[in-house]
Design a protein around this ligand. Sequence first.
Ligand SMILES: Cc1cc2nc3c(=O)[nH]c(=O)nc-3n(C[C@H](O)[C@H](O)[C@H](O)COP(=O)(O)OP(=O)(O)OC[C@H]3O[C@@H](n4cnc5c(N)ncnc54)[C@H](O)[C@@H]3O)c2cc1C
Length: 364
Amino acid sequence: MTGQHRIVILGAGYAGLAAARRLARTARDAHITVVDASASFVERVRLHQYGAGQSIPEWDLRELLEPEQIHFVLAWANGIDTVRKQVILDGAVALDYDSLIYALGSTNDATGVPGVAEHAYSVATPEDSQRLRTSISAARIVVVGSGATGIELAAELAEYQPDSRVLLVGSDAPASWLSRRAQEHVRRVLERLGVEIRSDAKVIEVMPDGVRLADGSVLETAATVWTAGFGVADLAGRSGLAVDGHGRVLTDETLRSVSHPEVYAAGDAAVVVGPDGRDLRMACATALPTGKYAADAVLARLAGREPRELRFRYYFQCISLGRRDGVIQFLHSDDSPGRTVLTGRPAAWFKEQIVQGAGRAARP
Ligand SMILES: Cc1cc2nc3c(=O)[nH]c(=O)nc-3n(C[C@H](O)[C@H](O)[C@H](O)COP(=O)(O)OP(=O)(O)OC[C@H]3O[C@@H](n4cnc5c(N)ncnc54)[C@H](O)[C@@H]3O)c2cc1C
């Protein structure tokens, strides 16, 4: 024991790495450790590309972190002993912490609809996407979920796997939360790429060779990909931290756990209440600033100060439509869609810059 303050960061996704990067630059006298079950960082926002068969970049976490004097532990975190202040790891000795930043992100939500866990693919994690890419055939693929991930995946599959037939199924029209102009563009491009769209169709069961809809009909498919929601691990709740009904860590306005003051949470695994009182979305656009803020909050308290206020707003939402098209929806300060929409190649270029910029902002 060196007497240094030990800060452990669980998760090396956008939030965890943004926190680590911030600490490495500002907390010279703390001992910082990052834990992740994966040896490499991949840009999760590209997993629909990876699932569709494309190559995406990855970075070795040890090589990224250790030159910054950040210790990296490659291990699966299995629990937190909040009394001893230790993280319990599979196959490695427990890690002591003085402050903990919980940033374990999210996975596919396979609960709620029978058959999803057994028969559906997903692009929520690199392992899920790997399974999908090795199973793509020329036959029909049903993508369930007309949110951003479903739209992006359907477009990517149609463009990159032109022999497959892609059907996008959802209970709403694709991108229904965006402006009319954005929605029309999304539909136009999906149709141009050959994606068949079924709106107002609620999937109630996934079977090995099809999906059953609420009206009783069955859509036959060689593969079903579930994109209709992200879930989080139960680790925080099992460890006694206060969590919401989905298992996300409940935090105060400084991202500190409401039950355990030495624990902070950021990114998809945290409930972060935005300036207007609504929970922030699970998004890379949330994970980066909240990771950075959690690091600042830990440091402020170490220095005996109260953290500054978390200032936050979304400016736009980007959806890629294959590699050559996209939609950038500019947003009002309350996150509702504004009038300005960028489409076509400029939107594809814009989104690519955002994705690259987010990766750079995370990597130390
Ligand atoms: C296909 C796809 C496209 C997306 N596109 C966009 C987009 O365009 N814009 C946007 O804003 N958001 C997008 N998102 C959402 C965005 O990727 C997430 O909101 C973001 O990655 C959350 O960051 P995070 O750091 O909280 O978690 P993650 O990025 O999920 O990182 C969590 C890390 O924790 C590790 N981990 C998890 N459990 C354990 C454990 N028990 N032990 C050890 N390590 C563990 C994981 O290996 C991972 O490295 C997309 C998501 C997907 C899947």
